[in-house]
Design a protein. Structure first.
Length: 376
């Protein structure tokens, strides 16, 4: 493991446990290289708090932390304004992921935010769109997938989810979360605001990270989130319930390895002692960064196709992309699916989108297909 990654993990462990780092060790660190590693894993603000406690200054870390604090405040204010309007119009909503997790970190701004995610009543898509546009947002992508993306300069990015998982990525995850009514708990002070129980939140955050893990990959911050959540909730959650949900989702092995690695990395700032398998697992997290790599997305896409179809045919894969199943069109392009006469137009629209918006993913898939051909 590179020195900067070793330093990053050490300082994160100090930060999430409110422990002052060893000043001699910090003084010997290459802070510029450390900053680049932390930026790749969206951990600059977390590491800044550890550096600050050790009396170490670095302008890039300082600016990243201040930006994280400002964004957290802006997101909180804007989320409150949007959900208040949703309350008035009777649109149910459930905040997700970082908006909840950031509150469990020891200090404000420690968890950097790139967006805010909110699950909402998909039948009210047009009403929500009107709310967002009235607040100065631009509809970047609405109706093209399971997430509607709205942006407002300079930094606001709201991802409004009509579903938690995309049909065609992992059927067990999709089916488990297809009916959300059994998991949603109403907020005490709201009529249309909902939340997960602690157990179901942990199951969802793990399932979400698993989806990234088997897709483009995911970075160290997901392990930090796991540790911070378990540190905050240890002793109050029903672990047998969580284990059963992981079994139903088929992710129990991933969940166990993820939790074990997170606890080893961050429970103590002492020298790491990992098994060979744990070191290999850690290398994957370090390799992919926060949001994974497009090449890994392509390889994972091809792997799922081969496993599902039993075919390694390049032509077969391309045809499955050009003409996906009717159930796929139902979930991804509902307008064209409902109006059957327009279904051919839906296919053409998908091709155009694939060659423009998803061009990099398509190229990565073609690259992965060449590897399959070489293995024949």
């Amino acid at each position: 493991m590179n020195t900067e990654y070793n330093d990053m993990i050490y300082l994160v462990a100090c930060a999430v446990n409110s422990q002052v780092p060893d000043k001699d060790r910090v003084s010997a660190m290459d802070l510029d290289s450390l900053y680049k590693a932390c930026k790749r894993h969206t951990l600059r603000a977390t590491v800044f708090t550890a550096l600050k406690s050790a009396g170490t200054e670095h302008s890039d870390f300082f600016q990243a932390y201040n930006k994280a604090v400002r964004k957290n405040i802006l997101f909180d204010s804007e989320r409150e304004a949007i959900t208040s309007e949703m309350e008035k119009q009777g649109i149910w909503y459930l905040p997700l992921k970082g908006a909840i997790l950031k509150e469990l970190y020891p200090q404000i701004g420690m968890r950097e935010m790139s967006d805010n995610d909110i699950l909402y009543d998909s039948s009210r898509q047009n009403d929500l769109k009107n709310i967002m546009l009235s607040r100065g947002y631009t509809a970047e992508s609405v109706g093209d997938s399971y997430t509607d993306v709205y942006k407002k300069p300079p930094v606001l990015n709201m991802e409004m989810h009509r579903a938690l998982f995309l049909f065609g990525q992992d059927e067990k995850l999709f089916r488990y979360y297809e009916d959300m009514s059994r998991l949603m708990k109403r907020d005490d002070d709201k009529q249309y605001g909902y939340h997960f129980s602690d157990e179901d939140f942990y199951v969802y955050m793990t399932a979400h990270e698993y989806r990234h893990h088997i897709g483009g990959g995911t970075g160290i911050r997901s392990l930090v989130d796991c540790y911070v959540f378990m540190k905050a909730k240890e002793g109050t959650i029903d672990k047998s319930y969580i284990a059963e949900q992981f079994r139903q989702l088929g992710i129990e092995d991933y969940a166990q390895k993820r939790l074990s690695l997170a606890m080893k990395l961050f429970s103590s700032a002492d020298t790491l002692s990992l098994t060979e398998s744990e070191e290999k697992e850690l290398e994957k997290y370090l390799l992919f960064g926060t949001y994974g790599t497009i090449n890994n997305v392509g390889e994972s896409s091809i792997k799922r196709y081969v496993e599902k179809s039993g075919s390694r045919s390049k032509a077969g894969f391309i045809m499955s992309r050009l003409f996906p199943s009717m159930e796929f069109m139902k979930h991804h392009y509902p307008f064209f699916y409902k109006t059957k006469v327009l279904l051919p137009v839906g296919y053409v629209w998908r091709w155009i989108k694939g060659l423009s918006v998803n061009r990099d993913k398509f190229r990565a898939e073609m690259k992965a297909l060449k590897k399959i051909d070489k293995k024949k």
